[in-house]
Ligand binder design. Structure first.
Ligand code: PGA
Length: 268
């Protein structure tokens, strides 16, 4: 996180875990983290049915914690049984939405074209799109990591304007590192995040690319977070497993705060 202006975003992806009472207990338990002043943007991404519980609890307690959804349909309304649109998410005053998570690509056949459509609609509704990209193990082993990631980025951002790029977040999540405990080596994670920034520079120019936050995701935990968050091109984390327990997520937020305050000291 070499660029102080970008700041760090720490987002907990809760996937299909937690009940309403667990969400309430989690948020109550996280409150002490926010007693210290914090420049880190903290976020949780619960299932659809838990979003309003999370929002209400946060409002009641006056916490700066943000809430985002894990997916959405790109069409605004219509006969699409079982889907949730940007209008629905906006009504809950959410911060944003995860798009193209590898589990959605893998189990629900989500394509780059759909992710691009969703990104555009999320922006139109003032939702922060957190666009996930990352290579499969076979692709890495075949030496295709860079080609795969560049293609996903190019397609996800196709047709956008340079001015829209700072309102987007990219999450680099090597699929083989998700939920496996196998974290991508820190220099390699930073190299791919830098590659993404270089690609965005080529598509949209340096100003847009420098303002873009790029997260790392894939087995981020309290043993590796400090090293990852201190890298030049990693601006936060998308955290699954280690975000489910309040103590563990609180420690991750504290680490992110420390990394940011060290950088502030270094800049001053
Ligand atoms: P993990 O999940 O931290 O459990 O690897 C990350 C993600 O899926 O976003």
């Amino acid at each position: 996180m070499a660029n102080m202006q970008r700041g760090l975003l720490m987002a907990g992806n809760w996937k299909m875990f937690k009940t309403r009472s667990e969400v309430e207990a989690f948020i109550l338990g996280l409150a002490p983290v926010f007693q210290k002043s914090s420049q880190v943007e903290a976020m949780v991404c619960p299932s659809f049915t838990l979003l309003s519980t999370a929002q209400k609890t946060i409002k009641r307690m006056g916490l700066p914690l943000k809430v985002s959804a894990q997916n959405m349909e790109y069409r605004e309304e219509g006969a699409f049984t079982g889907e949730v649109s940007a209008i629905h998410l906006k009504e809950l005053e959410l911060r944003g939405v995860l798009l193209g998570h590898s589990e959605r690509r893998q189990y629900y056949n989500e394509t780059d074209v759909a992710i691009n459509q969703k990104t555009k609609v999320a922006l139109q509704y003032g939702l922060l799109p957190i666009v996930c990209v990352g290579e499969l193990l076979e692709q890495r082993q075949a030496g295709n990591t860079d080609t795969v990631v560049i293609e996903q980025i190019t397609k996800a951002l196709e047709g956008l304007d340079a001015k829209q790029i700072p309102a987007i977040v990219i999450a680099y999540e090597p699929v083989w590192a998700i939920g496996t405990g196998k974290v991508c080596e820190t220099p390699e994670a930073n190299r791919v995040c830098k590659l993404i920034r270089t690609q965005v520079t080529a598509q949209f120019g340096a100003d847009a690319a420098n303002a873009l936050r790029i997260l790392y995701g894939g087995s981020m935990n309290n043993a590796n977070a400090e090293a990852l968050l201190s890298q030049s091109d990693i601006d936060g984390g998308l955290i699954g497993g280690a975000s489910l327990k309040v103590d563990s997520f609180a420690e991750l937020l504290n680490t992110a705060n420390q990394v940011m305050s060290q950088q502030t000291v270094a800049v001053v």
